[in-house]
Ligand binder design. Sequence first.
Ligand code: HEC
Ligand code: HEC
Length: 398
Amino acid sequence: MNMPRITASTGVLAAIAVAVVIAIAVLDRAGTPGTQQAGAPEIQQVGEVPAIGPLPAKKAPKASMVEMGKRLFFDARISGDGAVSCAFCHDPAQGFGKSTDKNGKPQRLSEAYPGTNHFRNAPTLVNTTYKEDFASVGWAWDGHMGANLNDVMRNEITETAIMNMDMRIMHERMKQDPVYVKMCQENFGGECSSGKARKALVAFLKTLVSKDAPFDTGKMSDAAQRGQALFEGKAKCIQCHNGPYLSDGTPHNTGVAEDLEIFRDPVRHITYRSILHNHGVPNMGIWRRDVGYFLVSKDYADVGKFITPTLRELKYTAPYMHNGMIATLGDVVDFYNGGGGKDDPLATELQPLGLGDQEKKDLVAFLESLSSSTPVTVKVENVPQKYKPIKDWLNVHN
Ligand code: HEC
Ligand code: HEC
């Protein structure tokens, strides 16, 4: 789908929107006794950008809706041939991303629908509910996936390279499983539909939020505190990674190297070409790189730009960047210390930083303090794929 191009002015608007959301959240928390974290710093504006700070508390979704979403998340029947569930690529044991393939071998790029492979790293789903607070952010690494989590659910379920599901078949499959029939009645007072399934999945995703990150509880090591000062000062990371979600929600070109595997592996290459094609990328045949946000805007100035990702939960989500080309947080810091990668035009914010060894370690300690002390995860649900067919199902309304 086409999204309006994010210009400098809408970027500023987005930043203001985030600040407003944060301000409301802070007011909200101040007015709700018991939810204010002890010692939590006040969230404020630092110069041009929203300050980094703890994640504002959000209203918990309805428990029975979350249960339904969780079941769908682990249910491979919502993919076309019943082979892949959401958890296949967003593994709860791997930070809700995926760093190893089905044989346990390290992988940078995601698997895909059977018979294909993907050309991007599977991003974490933890804290995605906070990405919804941006006014006009695009989803996925390049922003091509719609305007909110509900849109993203439609994309993930129907996209040929992901779950390749026809919403009508999904609806039918749910109507034939008595457990979903009951869940739909309970949560929505009606029969199952793909729209209700998407709502339930979103409710489940809303429960995946950081907990007890040292940065949020204020229990940071000295090294992490020094790292924060660098992050906000000398290293200038805060220019793009700001607000409690540690992202400005806008695209930038940091010059991460291409993964040539995309062009070597024929099925990855086909997935890449088909997504370019489906989004009407001009001069499709000439591209030998991930075009990034250009896929959305069709503005040549946006080739190679990706939406700034959150920096939360990084401890559990290696490897890094849209294609997983950077293996460790130490390597990420080295990358920025050298002024980012090679591309033209590279984001003007990126300059060699001149950080010494201790400063680099401190910056890594700060990044680690943005992760929960134990990984955010859920118990894997084995959804029985066999159930008693509904008697006379053609005539039974549910
Ligand atoms: C076959 C692998 C695969 C499956 C199955 C899959 N995803 Fe994804 N998902 C990905 C990849 C890869 C991306 C990034 C795509 C891109 O950048 O082009 C992604 C992106 C996302 C995003 C965007 C995150 C962000 O920060 O912008 C969300 C949310 C998401 N997936 C949720 C889900 C849910 C929920 C399901 C099940 C309904 C699902 N995915 C199924 C591989 C998968
Ligand atoms: C010009 C804006 C900008 C600046 C400045 C910036 N970043 Fe980034 N950062 C990005 C973008 C965009 C990406 C995603 C790039 C990609 O996927 O190719 C990213 C990705 C990352 C990632 C990988 C996250 C993941 O989940 O894979 C880390 C870690 C990171 N940055 C840390 C930092 C640190 C530390 C600094 C300061 C030294 C910094 N960034 C400065 C824009 C920026």
